[in-house]
Design a protein around this ligand. Structure first.
Ligand SMILES: NC(=O)c1ccc[n+]([C@@H]2O[C@H](COP(=O)([O-])OP(=O)(O)OC[C@H]3O[C@@H](n4cnc5c(N)ncnc54)[C@H](OP(=O)(O)O)[C@@H]3O)[C@@H](O)[C@H]2O)c1
Length: 331
């Protein structure tokens, strides 16, 4: 089968396109014919070696997938051959990735694809949607009527946070780095959209939520807590989920006397069962028209290295040439 894989960690050039044996589905696994995969910053960290996890070479890149069940392994009973499925969390913690024509995947990580949702959209919402759900609902326990701010509403996680918070009845503020991406955020339903390059964020957020922000979902790797924490409401929650090397200053005086909380998490610490609670809501919101994955650019499998370069230029290099997810069409 054709696959995009690496035999050593390094820059995008280490990604090879070639033939690998079709994997055999083991007990409780389904062999999935992969149609599309979506890239996440995490794929860049794994491929570059920035984050080290157990990895056997050749290591197939990418965590998020959508496709069709081709064959079932012994004891796999949750899906049938021909079912469309999508999911995340492959390529990590010793599991093989999914940028290949076939992948053998434990069926606990599979979700049914909504009938009208294209595979490119299904994979595009996988890790970012689960992340947004975990942060908003499992960690911050967002309630109807509360206010949320998420930087980067046209980004992968940000676009999911905006839509899910709206679906839950929150008032949502966000920001983007160009007039076009400000427009994208408005179309996702955000109540306040600022251009983080030209607008005064603190004064706009104060006007939007005079008593402060209930949930600040930080998506930036260098969070400025001296700005965000004073803007939190009493008992406000600040979700932190990016920036492994960051060491921000914590303004304690405006933090603990107002009963605020810092809530960190990483998606790969949640079990498949917990993540299925996230995906069940996502599927329902898709069917109700409340959630729409944002696909920015699609590449063929042969151009997987270019796809990672584009994501790297934007997520790490802040090039500002992308709104939404980078997807690789396998089939
Ligand atoms: N902990 C976890 O489990 C977990 C899971 C998933 C992701 N993450 C991490 O979360 C981070 C975001 O991931 P992603 O997939 O959403 O990345 P992404 O798609 O590249 O989005 C990044 C966003 O940041 C925005 N941005 C850049 N500079 C900004 C600024 N100064 N102020 C406000 N917004 C700014 C960009 O806006 P413009 O494009 O408009 O400039 C873009 O929308 C990454 O570091 C990733 O590793 C963590």
């Amino acid at each position: 089968m054709r696959a995009a894989f690496i035999e050593e960690t390094g820059p995008p050039d280490v990604i090879k396109i070639g033939d690998l044996p079709i994997p055999e589905p083991g007990p409780g696994q389904a062999l999935v014919r992969i149609r599309a995969v979506a890239l996440n910053p995490f794929d860049l960290y794994l491929r570059s070696g920035l984050v080290s996890m157990p990895m056997s070479f050749p290591y197939v890149i990418a965590c998020d997938f959508a496709g069709v069940v081709e064959r079932l392994g012994p004891g796999a009973t949750c899906f049938r051959v021909g079912d469309r499925v999508w999911g995340s969390n492959q390529g990590i913690l010793g599991r093989q990735g999914v940028a290949s024509e076939f992948a053998a995947i434990d069926e606990e990580w599979l979700n049914p694809t909504p009938a009208l949702l294209p595979d490119s959209d299904a994979c595009a919402m996988a890790m970012v949607g689960i992340t947004a759900h975990l942060g908003l609902f499992h960690r911050a326990e967002l309630k109807e009527g509360e206010t949320v701010y998420v930087p980067g509403g046209a980004g992968g996680v940000g676009s999911m946070v905006v839509q899910m918070a709206k679906a839950a009845g929150a008032r949502v503020a966000t920001s983007a780095g160009s007039p076009e991406r400000v427009e994208v955020c408005k179309n996702l339903g955000a109540d306040l959209v600022m251009n983080y390059k030209t607008d005064d964020l603190p004064s706009n957020l104060l006007a939007f939520a005079p008593e402060g922000i209930d949930v600040w979902f930080e998506t930036q790797r260098e969070p400025d807590l001296t700005t965000s924490i004073p803007l939190l409401r009493k008992r406000g929650r600040l979700v932190l989920m990016a920036g492994r090397t960051a060491a921000p200053t914590l303004p304690l005086g405006s933090f603990y006397p107002r009963d605020c909380s810092l809530l960190g998490f990483a998606v790969f610490n949640s079990s498949a069962e917990v993540q299925r609670r996230c995906t069940a809501d996502m599927i329902r919101w898709i069917e109700e028209g409340l959630l729409k994955p944002l696909v920015g650019r699609a590449f063929p499998l042969e151009a997987a290295a270019d796809a990672e370069r584009l994501l790297e230029q934007n997520t790490i290099g802040k090039a500002g040439t992308l709104a939404g997810k980078v997807v690789i069409l396998v089939d």
